[in-house]
Each structure stands twice: as C-alpha cells, then as structure tokens.
Design a protein around this ligand. Structure first.
Ligand code: ADP
Ligand code: ZN
Length: 616
C-alpha cells in the first residue's frame, strides 16, 4: 500500500490553489510568497502579510476565499474602489459583492438576501458597516471562509491613515474564533507592525514579510531648474501616451499645472481635497477608465488607487519623508512592467517643509521626528550612490549590489574632493553668526555687493570674494550637500538661516576628506529611453498591433462600464501583440488569460489580431 505523506493536505491544497491561479486568474506562477500564504490560510491559519504595493496581496485572500466553504469577507476602508474590485472579480467569473454606505437600503437588502443564499465567494465591506450589530448577526448566520483585513496599518493611531473602527476589529476574533483572519498592508515600519499584530490579536500568527524592493520602478531625482519644462520634457520624451500621477504640494499648484499641461496638449486633470466631491470623483473615474490620463494631485490622491498601469509618478515638489516618497512612487507600475518615479527638487522645497513642520500643531518630539525624516529624504536626493540602496536601507533591507535601474546607476554621478569648499562654507557660517541663508553666504563668497553685504559689513570679512573657484550654482550645490550630509542645518528659529551641527564642527577640526557629487551639467541632453517601456514590443508591427488591441479593449471596457485593465492588463496585450496567437489554444497560454476571459473576449481579440495581420 502506498504511504500517505504527512503533508498530503498541504500538497492537495497547493495544487488546488495553483489550478485556480491558472484557470481563473490566468497566471502561470505564484509570485514571491503567495503560495505559502495561500496554502497557510486555505488550511485555516491566521496570517500577517507585509508586501509592497503591487506585490500581489489580493490573491492571498481571494484564492483561499474561493477554496474554503463560505464567503470570504474583505474589510477595506476604500469604499470608492469596491465597485471596481467587484467588477474585476465578476469579469473573472468569481461571484462577489460589496456592502458600504454608498448603497441604497434596497441594494443592501438584496446583497444580504444573496449572502444568505450562499451565492458569493467574496464580500467587500467597509469597517463601519461590518461593525453594525445587524451585520455581525447576519454574518454569524452564514458560513464564513475567512476575514481579510486590508490596509491593516489603519489600526495604528500614529499613522496618517488611522481609522477609529479598525480598533474594534478585535471583535472578529471573539465572535468568530474559528474563522481564519489575514491582515495585509504595504506600509508598516517595525513599531506599526507590532501595533497591528497586537491590536488585531495576531501575535501567534506567522508574519509573511516580503522585501520592499520594487525592481521595475526606475528612481530619478533631478535638480529644479525650470520645473514645468523639465516635467514636460520628461512626459513628452518618455511617456507620451501613458497614465501617470504628478504630485504637487499645494492645491493651487495642482490646478495650475493641470491647466498648463492641457494647454500643451495633454489630458491632465487636477485632484485635491478642496475640490467638490463630484469633481473629485469624476476625475478619479476618468483616470481609472480612460487610457493616458495624467492626474495632477496633492497627497489627497492615491490611497488605494488600484490602477495597475500607472507608468509614471512625478513629484514637482518634495514629499515630507522617505515613507511618503515610497508610498507615492509605489503607485507606479503595479503590473510589474517598467515604470518611472521622477522628481525635481530644490532647496526652497526643504525650507517650505521646515516651516510647515514648525507651524504644525504637533508637540516637540513629533516635530523633531518630522525634521529628521525630512533630512533623511534630503540625503536620498543628494546621494551619489544607488538610490534604491539608500531607499531600501532606510526600510531595513540590504541590497547586495547597485541596482542598475536608478539615475545614479544609469548615469554614474561624478564626485569631486570638496573638502576645501566644505570647510570654507562651514567656516563662513560660523563667522557670520550662524544666521544667514545660502544665497547671502554665496554672495559673500563670490564678492557680490548687495544691500545685505553692505548692511552687515560683510565685505570686511576675509572670505569676501574668496570663492570664485566655484560658480554660484556650484556653491549652491555645496551648501545643499552639506545640509543633506548633516554638517549644516536649516535653523527655523532664525528664519531659516543655516547653522552648524556638531558633525560640522568636527569636520572643521578633522582632516576627513569630503567628496561631493557634481550636479549633471544639463539634463536636456539625456538620451531617450525609447523602447524600454514596452519590453515585449521589439518591432513596429507589434507596436501597431498593441495599439489596435488597446483600442479594442477600451471599446469593450466602455461597453461593460469597467476600467480597461479589468479586461486585460497592458502586459497581457503586449505579449499578445508579440506572439500574435491565431487560436484559442495559443491565446490561453498567455499570462492573464483565464478561462472566463477566453470565453468572453477570446473571439474578439483573435479576430482583431487576424484582421491586423491581413492588413499588414
Ligand atoms: P497589491 O494589493 O499587493 O498592491 P495586487 O493584488 O493589486 O497588489 O496585485 C498587483 C498586480 O499584480 C495585479 O494586477 C495582479 O493581477 C498582478 N498579480 C498578482 N499576482 C500575480 C501572479 N502570481 N502572476 C501575475 N500577476 C500577478
Ligand atoms: Zn541604483
């Protein structure tokens, strides 16, 4: 007789999960730790999952929910997305529904009736709705496959996405002790992680923590020169037909920039918390549903934006921390295809942020923390080494070698021995009483007579005019890097003047050598990265076919009232355009084409491909 392996249950579970992955979702392989997580939860275990945006968290609860008897309940604060999430699942042939405050009582009744009839595999629900007595009572009356707590960092009172109701979710454990719970988030530093696990009663559950790296995102940071033109050049050269997000600090600037981009022929829409709800909703919808829309937004935009084909995220202003930068840029390229995170920054941005922090209501320790976070971001901007390395290190991950996909890797930064310049600069700060900004100090170094140099009798200093070996821009760069390197600091108590840190004082006395990065001479001449964006499309014929399939997709999406990516992702269309399948069998081999989609759209896409081949 054959012996039954102890882990037979696990083997069977994995093979079932894999079959669902292939047939329902149309993907050939699991990514990262998906398989471990799915097997664990499908067999009834609790789990905590930390994965970067785009890592593939949804499958981690969707597949076990389909496998286990009963309905999988997904708790999410992002009401605006529920409709599209459910539409995407319906397209895959997975019966699902949502319950939130945007629905009429009649609609709610209908969903509840169908829940009792066990019609659904998945139910998306807002936390406030879940916690209502009658909802909990209803759920107690039907079989539940699992609870998935999405955006689990909302439980943290320190975080910026804190949701009161999340604190009460421990009730799930008490009222449904035998139902597995899986908490998921993309943003959690160690203390937040601990908070999530404790508050949700998951201390005994295994934590599945994926690396933070987003290898398909190319990080680029350049100096502000003429930011609008820089942005325009970036979009025009590299993303002329793509969807993207442009972040600005102020509401006014989002509107002005969007209007300006429209004038230049782009399809750009503003988004900020001051716009009427209806306009916000409309702009977000258009961003999700049309191809090639650029949204120009404040940080009010983005939490849970589930659009996989955002090809670039641009920052026209500095975010306030590396966390914020990583979260915002993380909205690019969730589909795993190449995407760009591009930023233009200048010293003025830093001053504005310092002022915002000092004007804020926060108490002293918090403000100090905010200042430190800003400094860390400045360090990223001024680094001469691999940006990804700096980013990952900040989150506690180590990258063995430079990434090869950031600006400092692609165009290595030249460095120069700036020891003398650094000493001159820091010493001048000291001599002038630690109260002036870089502009005035540079005037002194270059021997420029101004109102101020006269008023403060600064031409009497022996440093006056002794810095002509560097240009104004080069001195500005020296001061910026000294701030970023922690030798100088912006002192808000003295109106944003520069002061010397203890590290700066040590530097004056030591013979440590300081290497500074040389700012690129001109960005305009940068070679275009054409062809990089659509890796599969080697030739023009494939590219044309891609455009044909893209417009077919848009047509079908409009008719069905869903975003285009719900029908097929760009990556799937790319492979189709390259492979040019001529039969259902060939089409089915392509990643992203599951059984349901083959049935529903196979014919239309095969016809479009055949038609294009004939006319070509
Ligand atoms: P997250 O919620 O972690 O940000 P999603 O669950 O939205 O990520 O997944 C990101 C994208 O990756 C989605 O478009 C999803 O369809 C795709 N994806 C997830 N898992 C796989 C896989 N195993 N193979 C191919 N694509 C996948
Ligand atoms: Zn790099």
């Amino acid at each position: 007789m054959e012996t039954i392996p102890v882990n037979n249950l696990e083997a069977v579970t994995i093979s079932t999960a894999r079959r669902l992955l292939n047939t329902v979702f149309g993907y050939p392989e699991f990514r990262g730790r998906q398989q471990d997580i799915i097997a664990h939860v499908a067999m009834g275990g609790d789990a905590f999952v930390l994965m970067p945006t785009g890592g593939g968290k949804s499958l981690c609860y969707q597949i076990p929910a389909i496998m286990r008897p009963g309905v999988g309940v997904i708790i999410s604060p992002l009401i605006a997305l529920m409709h599209d999430q459910v539409a995407a699942l319906q397209e895959l042939g997975v019966n699902s529904a949502y319950l939130n405050s945007s629905m009429s009582p009649l609609e709610v009744q209908d969903v509840k009736r169908r829940l009792r009839a066990k019609e659904f595999d998945l139910l998306y629900i807002a936390p406030e709705r879940l916690l209502m007595d009658h909802t909990l009572e209803m759920l107690e009356g039907i079989p539940i496959a699992l609870f998935a707590i999405d955006e689990a960092h909302c439980v943290s009172q320190w975080g910026h996405d804190f949701r009161e109701e999340y604190l009460q979710l421990s009730i799930l454990h008490q009222r449904f002790p035998s139902v597995p719970r899986i908490a998921l988030t993309a943003t959690a530093d160690a203390p937040t992680r601990k908070e999530i696990v404790e508050r949700l009663g998951l201390t005994d559950a295994p934590a599945f923590i994926a690396g933070f790296d987003r290898p398909n995102i190319c990080y680029r940071i350049e100096l502000k020169d003429n930011p609008r033109q820089q942005l325009l050049r970036f979009i025009k050269n590299e993303h002329p037909n793509d969807s993207g997000i442009v972040y600005c600090l102020s509401r006014k600037k989002t509107e002005e920039t969007a209007a300006w981009l429209c004038e230049k022929g782009w399809n750009a829409l503003p988004y900020h918390a001051g716009l009427p709800n209806s306009i916000r909703r409309e702009n977000q919808e258009r961003f999700l549903r049309e191809d090639g829309v650029i949204i120009v937004a404040t940080i009010a935009f983005g939490m849970g934006i589930d659009k996989p084909d955002v090809r670039f995220v641009a920052h026209l202003d500095l975010p306030k921390s590396i966390e914020a930068y990583y979260q915002e840029t993380g909205r690019a390229g969730r589909d795993g295809l190449p995407a760009d995170a591009w930023m233009a920054y200048g010293m003025a941005d830093v001053t504005i942020h310092r002022q915002l922090i000092d004007k804020s209501e926060a108490d002293e320790p918090h403000r100090r923390l905010e200042h430190r976070k800003l400094s860390a971001l400045l360090g990223l901007c001024e680094t001469a080494s691999c940006r990804r390395r700096v980013l990952l290190k900040y989150f506690g991950d180590e990258l063995q070698k430079p990434c090869g996909n950031c600006d400092t890797c692609l165009v290595p930064v030249e460095t120069w021995d700036g020891t003398m310049a650094a000493k001159k600069a820091v010493y001048l700060v000291h001599q002038t009483g630690r109260m002036f900004g870089a502009v005035h100090l540079i005037d002194i170094l270059l021997g420029k007579e101004t109102e101020r140099t006269k008023r403060f009798r600064h031409h009497d200093l022996n440093a006056y005019g002794k810095g002509s070996e560097l240009s104004e821009k080069e001195w500005a760069s020296v001061f910026r890097q000294l701030v970023a390197g922690g030798y100088l600091a912006v002192d808000m108590e003295r109106y944003g003047g520069l002061t010397i840190t203890s590290q700066g004082e040590n530097m004056l006395r030591s013979d440590e050598r300081i290497y500074l990065r040389r700012d690129p001479v001109k960005v305009a001449g940068r070679k275009k990265k054409q062809g990089k964006q659509r890796a599969h499309l080697a030739d023009n014929a494939s590219y044309e076919l891609f455009e044909v399939l893209r417009s077919l997709r848009l047509e079908l999406a409009r008719a069905a009232g869903v975003p285009p990516y719900v029908i097929f992702h760009d990556s799937t269309l790319e492979v189709m355009s390259a492979v040019k399948p001529s039969s259902f069998e060939e089409l089915e081999q392509i990643s992203g084409v599951g059984e349901r989609k083959l049935q529903k759209y196979g014919k239309a896409f095969l016809a479009a491909i055949a038609g294009h081949m004939e006319s070509a």
